[in-house]
Design a protein around this ligand. Structure first.
Ligand SMILES: Nc1ncnc2c1ncn2[C@@H]1O[C@H](COP(=O)(O)OP(=O)(O)OP(=O)(O)O)[C@@H](O)[C@H]1O
Ligand SMILES: [Mg+2]
Length: 230
């Protein structure tokens, strides 16, 4: 019976991991499509607008409408970038995990109302796709939780890498909570459970410490096997 339960657990874990990979692939494809179609068309549109603007002198209502068209194009560009970054920021794959986390922190810094910092040691940490994806998604979920549940004033991220392992810590000074994974999952809350699954899949460890009015601290430690560090 115990063996049967273990096999079911293992199978479920495989399914969760496969679903995570599929979701990641979909997000990458969607981000690429948005970039290749929308972003490039918008860049061409902006060029056309600037050519019209430099060759014609407009006055009155025409000038006002033209300036509005320019503003709308800039807004569309910004929205498109936000959409792409929200799916999976290209920085994460082009420049690595530290750049990805710095971008994430800057986004929450602007939108969430708390002060958010990131410290990385060394400044450049090169990780393979699965590792940087897991760490990025864990940090994203922790920041989202801090924004939605913690009423925190500050959130600090740190990423410390060595040749043997990588350690990610996310601490907030918010209201805290009582981490009970099974109850949360039963209530349809999956963020923390997903964090555990991502860490488990890479053979790492995660601990979540939280106390009322002191805040929450999530510590993730993942061993790096030599072929995984690029
Ligand atoms: N940093 C935090 N500060 C305070 N409470 C938290 C924090 N992180 C999580 N929680 C509490 O733990 C619960 C479970 O978090 P979890 O991320 O699993 O689910 P969720 O955020 O409610 O939903 P989702 O499935 O969208 O992530 C939250 O509903 C919240 O009550
Ligand atoms: Mg959550």
């Amino acid at each position: 019976m115990n063996n049967l339960l273990k096999t079911t657990d293992d199978n479920l874990r495989q399914i969760i991991s496969r679903l995570n990979s599929l979701r990641e692939e979909e997000q990458i494809t969607l981000a690429r499509r948005i970039h290749d179609n929308l972003s490039q068309t918008l860049t061409a549109l902006q060029l056309e607008i600037s050519i019209i603007g430099s060759g014609t002198s407009m006055t009155g209502a025409a000038a006002e409408h033209f300036s509005h068209v320019k503003e709308l194009t800039v807004t569309l560009m910004d929205t498109t970038k936000e959409l792409i970054n929200g799916l999976r920021p290209p920085l994460l794959d082009d420049f690595g995990i530290v750049a990805g986390l710095e971008w994430l922190v800057s986004r929450y810094q602007t939108d969430s109302g708390f002060v958010c910092t990131v410290l990385a040691e060394p400044k450049e940490i090169s990780l393979s796709f699965d590792y940087r994806t897991a760490l990025y998604r864990i940090a994203e979920e922790a920041l989202e939780n801090a924004a939605r549940h913690a009423s925190a004033r500050t959130v600090a991220l740190s990423l410390i890498g060595s040749s043997k392992n990588i350690r990610l810590v996310i601490s907030d000074d918010g209201v805290g909570f009582n981490p009970r994974l099974k109850t949360e999952a039963a209530a349809g809350k999956f963020g923390l459970l997903q964090m555990h699954e991502r860490v488990y899949f890479l053979g790492g460890e995660i601990s979540i410490d939280s106390s009322p009015d002191i805040g929450t601290s999530i510590v993730v430690q993942i061993p790096l096997v030599s072929e995984e560090s690029e």
